[in-house]
Ligand binder design. Structure first.
Ligand SMILES: NC(=O)C1=CN([C@@H]2O[C@H](COP(=O)(O)OP(=O)(O)OC[C@H]3O[C@@H](n4cnc5c(N)ncnc54)[C@H](OP(=O)(O)O)[C@@H]3O)[C@@H](O)[C@H]2O)C=CC1
Ligand SMILES: O=C(O)[C@@H]1CCC=N1
Length: 264
């Protein structure tokens, strides 16, 4: 599988590193700007720690997982040490393959990816898009890396801002909903640990139903909604609060922000 370098082992870098180890990558070098962080992660995942510029030397595959604002600096640091023919996978929201190709030079293939945090438990989903110099073999190697973190789909790069709004930021919307449901449950008199357990397993079970092949969210919701019952009362309250429109507005804001990040 060759050597993998992970640049930036924060929340997402660590989640994808965990997936890479599950996928069988066993020669891994990690780098991070926070003092001591690379060493700590290297110990935990049986990897080697190195400064950013050196970490990419001899690597066949490089995963860039720093915040978009810090990416130009990281690109500058790694560009001179990259091996010809290396594949660089970036998960930075909003940063285009064209920008990365400009900074990294003509000898590497760039793949843009948008993962999400359930990658930590192998239940993520990542959308990948090929840069202009990334052929099928580069996409394949990126897919192998990311498959350890969950499902992988290939999309045209023009859809990456939308994907970011759906699945990249998506877990946060569900945690927000979970918080609101737990708090409301507590308000209705249920102890917080019990309310949390009820909400977590309800989300897990509902996601399982939704993941079935023939699932349609409308049908699934209708099956819960008995005539004149409790769910009908709840959905009427959600509609009165224009929650559906709010979700659409939130996702448009996320996609817009992803676009803005590409201009920074
Ligand atoms: N979190 C998420 O749900 C998702 C995040 N992403 C993308 O993943 C990327 C990382 O996000 P996230 O993990 O949340 O951020 P974090 O801040 O948790 O992690 C980024 C890490 O990179 C380090 N770093 C910064 N500059 C360098 C450098 N030059 N060399 C090595 N390490 C460096 C940071 O150190 P320090 O703290 O000292 O700056 C930090 O530890 C972002 O681009 C984001 O858009 C994509 C999908 C989902
Ligand atoms: O909030 C962010 O910018 C990153 C990208 C998608 C999820 N987290």
């Amino acid at each position: 599988m060759g050597r993998l370098a992970v640049i930036g082992v924060g929340v997402m870098g660590e989640a994808l590193l965990a997936g890479a180890r599950r996928a069988g990558f066993d020669d891994v070098v990690v780098a991070d700007a926070a003092p001591g962080r690379a060493e700590q992660v290297a110990q935990q995942y049986d990897a080697t720690a190195a400064p950013t510029a050196e970490a990419v030397e001899g690597a066949d595959l490089v995963l860039l997982a720093v915040k978009p604002q810090y990416l130009p600096e990281a690109v500058q640091q790694i560009a001179p040490g990259l091996s010809a023919g290396a594949v660089v996978v970036s998960v930075a929201a909003g940063v285009t393959t064209a920008t990365l190709e400009d900074g990294l030079g003509p000898n590497v293939a760039v793949v843009r990816a948008m993962p999400n945090t359930p990658a930590l438990i192998g239940e993520g989903v990542t959308a990948i898009s090929a840069g202009s110099r990334a052929g099928d073999s580069a996409l394949e190697v990126a897919e192998k890396l990311l498959a350890g973190a969950g499902e992988v789909v290939t999309v045209p790069e023009s859809l990456q801002d939308a994907v970011t709004a759906i699945s990249g930021s998506g877990p946060a919307y569900l945690f927000y909903l979970a918080e609101a449901m737990v708090d409301a449950g507590v308000g209705l008199g249920v102890p917080r640990p019990t309310a949390t357990q009820l909400v977590a397993q309800t989300l897990r079970g509902a996601a399982g139903l939704l993941a079935q092949d023939d699932a349609h969210p409308t049908l699934l919701r209708e099956r819960v909604t008995s005539p004149g019952g409790t769910t009908a009362a709840a959905i009427a309250a959600l509609d009165a609060g224009a929650v559906r429109a709010d979700v659409a507005a939130a996702m448009r804001a996320a996609a817009r922000r992803s676009q803005e990040l590409s201009g920074q």
